[in-house]
Design a protein around this ligand. Structure first.
Ligand SMILES: Cc1cc2nc3c(=O)[nH]c(=O)nc-3n(C[C@H](O)[C@H](O)[C@H](O)COP(=O)(O)O)c2cc1C
Length: 355
């Protein structure tokens, strides 16, 4: 089988694999550039990228400087495609997006909420806009709004199913019946929802399937169902190029199926994580000190929360598992080794060819 390229507006990836954005420093330049050098699309995550531990007068400015620096690092390490992931619930989303465009990023991926105003933040139409959705309804709502208000459409849509890591676009009740929302079920619905916009704009809007994609066979299945590519995140954590602490990677290597839990995030939506000492402390009702010098997420009700999620994720990045939250996808229990990005990509592509 010839491996199909992934075309997203003005951007071409030689292989149809996108490394998903992983917030609070899990996916930065070194990982994203390594993926782009292997023909995929590497994604730098912007959430929690600045120094979020100390009180800062200029949180916006510091975060923007940090994302600009990561973009420059990635661009000097690869000429392949690099995207930036921004959560729409970030209080500084617009500043980050404008910085990315200024730094020459050609693909902005926005999840965690409906990015209804995204085109207004990106005047340059050579920048490809890619919303993350979890249903055909959400895709229709976003694209109808973009068409009416801005006369624009998306250059691709990422469909994230219920097996993904991190914050999820499903309620706890829906996650209890995850099979009802399997990618195999959602994909036809999203492909159908995009048709009127493809017709109206005379373009193809590729769908990238995400959540629980683990092998080349999984990729082949998604392509056969009409996806143009896949987004994978969990598998990229246990690579040499991912900059998280060894303890973070070890939590992935040690995780069994029973260790994978759905948490109620302070952001107000469910998230998938690996059970660890921090989650046990929360289960025991131990008080966790909270200090929020700025409001990094517009939806966060910090003083009704048990902990600050940005700090907890940063602690895990640093390896402090007493105070750290480890986000991961449902397939984390299948991760048993640390590879280079090249080894992982070669393995996936061999499996995809064989499938
Ligand atoms: C550690 C971790 C952090 C994540 N952070 C983000 C994020 O900041 N923004 C986002 O849109 N998705 C985030 N995700 C979701 C991934 O980008 C991806 O879509 C999803 O995890 C794919 O499923 P997989 O992990 O089974 O491959 C995160 C996932 C993980 C595992």
């Amino acid at each position: 089988m010839d491996i199909p390229k992934l075309q997203i507006g003005t951007l071409t990836a030689e292989v149809p694999i996108v490394q998903g954005g992983m917030g609070v420093k899990v996916s930065l330049a070194s990982l994203a550039a390594a993926v782009a050098n292997e023909g995929g699309i590497g994604t730098i995550a912007s959430v929690g990228i600045g120094d979020i531990r100390t009180t800062r007068e200029d949180y916006d400015g510091i975060s923007s400087e940090a994302i600009a620096e990561e973009i420059r690092k990635a661009q000097s390490a690869t000429s392949g495609p690099i995207a930036v992931n921004v959560m729409s619930v970030l209080s500084n989303a617009e500043t980050l997006i404008r910085t990315c465009v200024r730094e020459g990023i050609k693909m902005i991926v926005v999840g965690a909420g409906l990015p209804l105003k995204l085109p207004a933040m990106v005047e340059d139409t050579s920048v490809n806009l890619v919303p993350i959705v979890s249903s055909g309804r959400a895709a229709t709502l976003i694209l109808r709004t973009w068409e009416k208000r801005y006369g624009r459409t998306a250059q691709a849509v990422i469909l994230e199913g219920p097996l993904a890591g991190g914050h999820l676009g499903f309620s706890e009740e829906e996650l209890a019946h995850a099979e009802d929302f399997a990618l195999e079920r959602l994909l036809p619905e999203v492909l159908e929802a995009l048709k009127p916009f493809e017709d109206a704009f005379g373009v193809k809007i590729p769908v990238i399937a995400a959540g629980g994609i683990y092998t080349g066979q999984d990729i082949a299945r998604m392509l056969s169902l009409g996806a143009s590519g896949v987004q994978m995140a969990t598998r990229f954590v246990c690579t040499r190029e991912c900059g998280v602490s060894d303890a973070f990677k070890q939590a992935y290597l040690d995780a069994s199926e029973d260790d994978i839990v759905i948490i109620k995030s302070p952001v107000g939506i469910p998230g998938r994580a690996v059970r660890n000492r921090f989650l046990e402390r929360l289960d025991r009702g131990e008080p966790i000190p909270i200090n929020c010098p700025y409001k990094c997420l517009s939806t966060c009700k910090i003083y009704d929360s048990r902990y600050c999620i940005a700090h907890a994720l940063l602690n895990a990045y640093d390896g402090d598992m007493e105070n750290g939250l480890v986000f991961a996808g449902q397939n984390v229990s299948r991760v048993h080794e640390i590879l280079t990005v090249k080894e992982l990509m070669n393995r996936l592509l061999d499996e995809l060819r064989a499938a």
